[in-house]
Design a protein around this ligand. Sequence first.
Ligand SMILES: [Fe+2]
Ligand SMILES: [Fe+2]
Length: 327
Amino acid sequence: MTIAPVQRSTSLGSSAWTDTRLILALEEVVEQELNRHLKVAKEWMPHEFIPWSQGRDFDGVLGGEAWELGQSKVTPLGRVSLVVNLLTEDNLPSYHHEIASMFGRSGAWGEWVHRWTAEEGRHGIAIRDYLLTTRAVDPVELERARMVHMSEGFESDNAHSMLQSVAYVAFQELATRISHRNTGHYAGDPLCDQLLAKIANDENLHMVFYRNLLKAALEIAPDQAMRAIADVVTDFRMPGHGIPGFERAAAQIALGGVYNLRIHHDDVLQPVLRHLKVMDITDLGPEGARAQQELGVFLDGLNAQAVKFEERQAALLARRAARQAAQ
Ligand SMILES: [Fe+2]
Ligand SMILES: [Fe+2]
């Protein structure tokens, strides 16, 4: 088992849990959660969601028809968002490396790491099959973006801390669930919506696994877990932040209502924090209480930013609608 050896400097003193001890202490919870996950996760077949009869040869080796925008039946927002979601899923080898290095590849932890990887693997396969069969996006641009993105690799911001890693994935799995679900809603194709709903359901079960693990960590090491949650929430970045053109795509995704500050606050951070009753925990030491307070201040600030974002969003959308009406 490989465990990140570097411990963050801590004001919690020598009684602080090391990553190694935490991983051992949580092994039983991982086993229970893995068994629960295996009971509730229903098998599904990605190939059933792909309209193969719509597929045809591309130009190049087979001399088929080259891609052009007019062939795409999904909305412009759907195109941007589907590509970001797919490229994010594509970096699975890097994510696997990160969690296998942190949690190990043996015992219940290892079983979870491999099962999770197998489930995640179908997301990229299914979305790519859908996009290429329906000619929803430019296949050449997609392949070039994949090469750039995967060649960069993904390095977790939280590799120095087991608790931060668990806290991050609890929020991040919910973030990807919401992102897939909303992309489906706005893509303009009921089949795409159905496929992304299936993927979103997988992401939700992943979130539940990590959220329950985080709950156990809050019971074992409340001050350290609170610090980890505060650090992760205040510094949160989506795993796809390294995608070429991410900033521009993220702005479109935010404006279109697939993922933005309001959604991040209301549909990702708050549900996990409320479920774990993070802001109601009282038996904390000074460091835990400080982290909890920082978290509260941050959430208030984020909410205020989300209000401002919504005002800008409404103004931009109104201007866009007026422009369209004038044409
Ligand atoms: Fe996924
Ligand atoms: Fe997931």
